[in-house]
Design a binder for this molecule. Structure first.
Ligand code: C5J
Length: 229
């Protein structure tokens, strides 16, 4: 951590393709969809035939960043993918897709699959939001689509996003692409993301940092913690 010309605290994050220096007061931790529906048996992820235990590896690294962000007063935003109980915000193209063992809105062991307010839709206890941390409900894969996320970030003067969560190549990637197009510097700690497909996780990160960082920067939780001081 160092000070800028106006005395603002700045963090230098060792990343790929290159080091990035950010003003910490203009940086937010964005945690994507760390919900029971994706990480626990019986939820949306498992209905699609996935081994949900593969996502657990991201929990502890995210928890270490979350703890530090809270200590430093950094804005923390959580997101949850899910739909209204009447599914009026769930397009047929999404509802009818594939051959899952149960569809969005069906009853499962954690309540209705991917429906807001159901136990499965909630964030896992290890990363549970604290009072005052915005929780953005999103009907799509990207966190900017049909949500108030951009308003929340612009109200706080945020320019940089540290993007964590699941899954790397779906909701994290979509959000990084959306954020990049909206002018945010998106920094992705690799160990704070996970996928049901380890090869997609690697490919997703490679796409972000390729071509001089075409969508953003890739780092890890240890390097972010070091930059936060
Ligand atoms: C998916 C997500 N994979 N949060 N959602 O459907 O990545």
């Amino acid at each position: 951590m160092s000070s800028g010309p106006q005395g603002q605290a700045r963090g230098r994050i060792d990343a790929q393709p290159e080091l990035i220096e950010v003003e910490l007061a203009r940086t937010a931790l964005l945690i994507i969809d760390m919900q029971r529906d994706f990480l626990e048996p019986g939820g949306f992820g498992e209905t699609l035939g996935n081994d949900v235990s593969l996502l657990k590896r991201a929990v502890e690294p995210i928890r270490s960043l979350l703890t530090r962000a809270r200590q430093t007063g950094m804005l923390v935003v959580h997101t949850r993918e899910g739909h209204r109980a009447d599914l009026s915000d769930a397009p047929r193209a999404k509802l009818e897709r594939g051959k899952p063992s149960a569809r969005i809105g069906d009853m499962g062991p954690m309540g209705r699959i991917l429906v807001r307010g159901e136990p499965g839709h909630d964030i896992i206890p290890e990363l549970y939001p604290e009072r005052g941390e915005p929780v953005v409900d999103k009907p799509g894969k990207g966190a900017f689509y049909a949500t108030e996320l951009q308003l929340i970030l612009s109200t706080r003067g945020i320019e940089n996003l540290i993007v964590c969560g699941v899954t790397t190549e779906v909701c994290v990637h979509t959000t990084v692409r959306e954020g990049n197009d909206r002018g945010y510097r998106c920094i992705v700690p690799a160990d704070c993301c996970a996928s049901y497909f380890p090869e997609f996780h690697q490919a997703g990160l490679a796409m972000i940092r390729a071509q001089g960082g075409i969508f953003g920067w890739v780092t890890d939780s240890v390097r972010v913690l070091r930059a936060l001081g």
